[in-house]
Design a protein around this ligand. Structure first.
Ligand SMILES: Nc1ncnc2c1ncn2[C@@H]1O[C@H](COP(=O)(O)OP(=O)(O)O)[C@@H](O)[C@H]1O
Ligand SMILES: [Mg+2]
Length: 413
């Protein structure tokens, strides 16, 4: 019997549109002899919709019309199953119930990739691909991620965490401290976004202030770290779970002359200007089809042209980083390399990488169809493992206990 896979995308994230692209690519890659895709689109204001039309990327050019032709639903438990129920609910249980056997998470960014959606999926009781709540949250928070990496001896850049309230309470003091402890050039980034949103590089005090104001307009906290010079970026995906994880081939995004911008990543071909407030110069955007191919459109070298020794190191650290946050499914670990000194740092882990990094697995001989198949199988395995754990005792303590009569005395007494 075909397994119904809800491919979930969208949500209130700056990476909403990119997620739709990832989802459409993944849905198209599903092996139809085993799986039936069910679109599950989350609007920017957190409403859920399903419908055949939402499996077609063209529908998303006009979202209001697409939603009119789709059905609003809510995920509920019904008769022991995870189902999507038409919303608003109809009287006498006459609504539509669409059973879902597994969820493929094709979401990027805050409110969806950061454990929020994963918590909802836990409650829904459905097997879902990718990281659990804790790993998702750790993978989104660049500061928590750094702490976990450091605890495992994984090389990453030291940084300073700047809180918005502290910054606005005494800007001069905060800037003094960043200058003293980090030193120019400095990269400033919101602590929990993605796709380069709010990230900029500062080479002097004036730019640093501008960068902090910019980053702190997107998040409560910003991270300041030293900018790696002679920058080369190397990425490596990892697939598996806590029992076994393996690295993909490595890639080198080619327009990494400076900060890779949102445009570089997803709209290569359109003259790149970079994030608001940034003085970045030189970020040239390379060719590639516009927009619709997501991360796959970025100009890149696959496999990365790096010495075998460095490649082995990257792969080893990628798997270590994956394990350090307790990841599962497919994640992409991004590295910063100083092309002159050879210093290598883990920059971040993306727990739901753009286009699920399928092109890195393809380069190693694994098709996108095999990749999504493995992701769903890992999700089903995770659910089986979870079901082996006990979350409650079958006895009802309240049925046998002598219950207190009135009064609000401590229950534990
Ligand atoms: N310390 C750094 N030195 C130099 N460039 C950096 C540094 N940190 C980030 N960048 C540049 O900014 C881009 C985005 O930063 P990153 O930390 O990966 O955030 P995001 O989650 O938005 O992708 C990187 O791909 C890289 O080009
Ligand atoms: Mg990044």
């Amino acid at each position: 019997m075909s397994i119904k896979v809800a491919v979930v995308c969208g949500g209130s994230s700056v990476e909403h549109e990119v997620s739709v692209i990832t989802a459409m690519q993944a849905a198209a890659a599903l092996d139809r002899s085993k799986y039936t895709p069910v679109a599950l689109y989350i609007t920017k204001d957190n409403r859920f919709f399903t419908g055949e039309n939402l499996l077609d990327i063209n529908s998303y050019k006009d979202i209001p019309t697409a939603l009119k032709n789709a059905m609003e639903v809510i995920p509920v438990r019904h008769e022991g199953k995870s189902v999507l129920m038409s919303f608003p609910p109809k009287t006498f249980g006459k609504g539509t119930f669409i059973p879902v056997d597994a969820v493929l998470t094709a979401v990027h960014g805050t409110n969806v990739e950061d454990g929020t959606l994963q918590g909802l999926l836990e409650y829904w009781g459905v097997p879902y691909s990718g990281c659990n709540v804790c790993a998702s949250a750790a993978g989104m928070d660049k500061w928590v991620m750094k702490a976990l990496f450091r605890s495992q001896g994984i090389p990453c850049l030291p940084g300073l965490l700047i809180n918005r309230t502290d910054f606005y309470a005494d800007m001069e003091a905060v800037i003094d401290r960043v200058e003293r402890e980090i030193g120019y050039p400095i990269v400033v980034k919101p602590s929990n976004l993605g796709s380069s949103v709010g990230i900029s590089k500062a080479r002097n005090r004036e730019a640093l202030e501008e960068s902090l104001v910019n980053a702190l307009s997107f998040a409560q906290n910003a991270i300041c770290e030293r900018a790696v010079e002679h920058l080369r970026e190397i990425n490596c995906a990892v697939l598996g779970d806590s029992d076994s994880a393996r690295p993909s081939v490595c890639e080198e995004p080619l327009n990494a002359t400076d900060i890779l911008t949102y445009k570089d990543k997803y709209q290569s071909g359109g003259g790149s200007k970079g994030a608001k407030g940034a003085k970045m110069g030189g970020a040239k955007s390379a060719g590639g089809s516009k927009g619709a191919s997501g991360m796959a459109s970025l100009a890149r070298q696959v496999p990365a042209d790096i010495p075998a020794e460095l490649e082995a190191k990257v792969k080893e650290l990628a798997v270590k980083a994956f394990q350090a946050i307790g990841a599962s499914g497919v994640a992409r670990v991004d590295f910063l390399l100083d092309g002159e000194s050879g210093d290598l740092y883990v920059n971040e882990i993306n727990t739901v990488p753009g286009s699920l990094s399928y092109y890195l697995w393809e380069a190693g001989g694994m098709s996108f169809t095999q990749l999504v198949d493995e992701l769903i199988q890992l999700a089903l395995k995770k659910q089986r493992d979870k079901e082996k754990l006990s979350f409650s005792f079958d006895t009802n303590l309240l049925a046998t206990a002598s219950l207190p009569t009135g009064g609000a005395k401590g229950a534990k007494a």
